[in-house]
Design a protein around this ligand. Structure first.
Ligand code: SAH
Length: 454
């Protein structure tokens, strides 16, 4: 094996991308991680650090740019670090994500064939986020700034127009900054735990056009809030204005208490035909356009005709449950966070859907318990677990219940592949796999799969 020393120069062809967005290439079978490169780049880099079988190198020069390399649209794409794929053409981003799903399913799942359907991308892969949280701070010269934390640090990169966010963010931030300057309100500083103005939370219902602003403060009241409300109401669509109290020394953005300043305390939005009430503290998918496609695919894969009993595990605020309830006889949802279940029940009421029932608890406990005690039945089981995937106790009960269809919605194709393998070894067959790009310009990919009883 070749020996590399710090500061050695290497020539590398970038062939893949890591979980954290570094380009990956090889020299003599040795793997290098190199930041700020894209697949297809030929680069010269300087060795920084080596381990047994891999190392890190610093990009010095792109000797031959990738065919797919483009100029990032956002001026702070590099330092911000939120969009790891901006220098990659969008078509190539989709191919990369699709390949990753395929590779994980074949390598980790051990499948030789993967019935892939084309990944669902966005026609317009910008300004898709309906939610933004901007921190406030002071720059070196004492000017008020807002933007994003650089990488994993706590220094703010000034940016009032994130290209993934809505255009209205800029005007909201301009008004809040003017208000701070006019009334000498000081941005919160983590180190000293002093200053009043913490993050500004902005949300928009894409289908309704309703906008919400919630200002987080390190105090009990927001001075001259009446004037701020007047200013913010000049922005078309402004529906809900509030402040949130967070006096904790924490990097958790929102505190528990919300004080309403204007409007009903929530905005409304739709995914498909289902209506959702969104308050500052409630969870809601950040890319509603792609959410509708993803959950629409889950619904299609469920193959409902109106007579089925469905379990929706890891149901969150019940987005999928309510989607399914429109076409099923009965839907049971299971979710670990009690507040999410409160929202799910509220949303069911709001939509007049009375064929859904929710359980608070761990999927791997609630499902076995219900099965053991009441021999509950399912025609279809939908799972949408967090990145770590499903617990084996949960998969084991699914297998015992023996539904005709399992619809697996995943945000991590590696754990998906592991769980698919388990189901395939226990009488199930993978019938369809389809990626959905919920986060254009960033690394994560969602996948929806149909797994049927063999
Ligand atoms: N489909 C949901 C989102 C799912 S995200 C929606 O539309 O709202 C994954 C969810 O799993 C989160 O809400 C998380 O709180 C929940 N969760 C995490 N671990 C869990 C477990 N062991 N059992 C049940 N739910 C869990």
């Amino acid at each position: 094996m070749a020996e590399w020393k710090k500061n050695d120069r290497i020539d590398v062809m970038i062939e893949d991308m890591s979980e954290t967005g570094e380009g990956i290439g090889k020299t003599d079978g040795f793997t290098w991680f190199i930041k700020d490169t894209v697949i297809g780049d030929k680069v010269q880099a300087k060795v920084m650090k080596t381990k047994k079988s891999y190392g890190f190198a610093k990009l010095e020069r792109i000797t031959e740019p990738s065919f797919n390399r483009i100029e990032p649209k956002c001026p702070v794409a590099g330092p911000c670090g939120g969009c790891q794929l901006q220098a990659m053409d969008y078509g190539e981003q989709l191919r990369y994500k699709e390949r990753k799903i395929y590779n994980n399913i074949t390598r980790i799942g051990g499948f030789s064939e993967v019935p892939m359907q084309p990944i669902m991308g966005m026609d317009e892969p910008w300004r898709y986020r309906n939610k933004a949280q901007f921190p406030w701070g002071l720059d070196k010269d004492g000017n008020i700034v807002t933007g994003f934390y650089a990488g994993r640090t706590h220094s703010i990169i000034s940016c009032e127009d994130c290209l993934l966010g809505i255009e209205e963010n800029q005007e909201v931030l301009r008004q809040i900054k003017a208000h701070m300057e006019r009334y000498h309100l000081i941005p919160y500083e983590e180190a000293s735990h002093k200053g009043l103005i913490r993050h500004t939370l902005i949300r928009k219902g894409f289908r309704t056009g309703e906008i919400m602003v919630c200002q987080v403060i390190n105090g009990n009241s927001l001075p001259h809030s009446k004037e701020l409300v007047e200013r913010l109401l000049e922005i078309p669509g402004m529906t809900s204005i509030s402040f949130n109290i967070n006096k904790e020394r924490t990097n958790v953005i929102l505190g528990d208490k919300v004080e309403n300043l204007y409007g009903p305390g929530y905005i409304t939005d739709f995914i498909g035909a289902v209506k959702y009430r969104i308050s500052p503290l409630s969870f809601y998918q950040v890319n509603p356009v792609q959410t509708e496609k993803l959950y629409g695919t889950a619904l299609a894969y469920a193959g409902l005709t109106g007579v089925e009993t469905v379990w929706d595990l890891y149901c969150g605020i019940g987005t999928i449950s309510l989607f399914l309830a429109q076409k099923a006889k009965k839907v049971y949802g299971v979710e670990i966070v009690p507040q999410a279940i409160e929202d799910a029940r509220e949303n069911a009421r709001l939509n007049g859907l009375d064929n859904v029932e929710f359980f608070v608890g761990k999927a791997e406990e609630v499902l076995p318990e219900q099965y053991e005690k009441h021999q509950v039945y399912a025609d279809v089981i939908v799972v949408d677990p967090p990145r770590k995937g499903c617990d084996e106790a949960c998969l084991n009960t699914i297998v015992k219940m023996g539904p005709k269809r399992v619809v697996y919605v995943s945000c991590d194709s590696a754990t998906l592949a592991r769980d698919m393998k388990y189901l395939a070894e226990n009488g199930y067959k993978v019938e369809k796999v389809r990626g959905c790009d919920m986060f254009p310009q960033a690394l994560h990919t969602e996948v929806c799969c149909l797994i049927v009883k063999a």
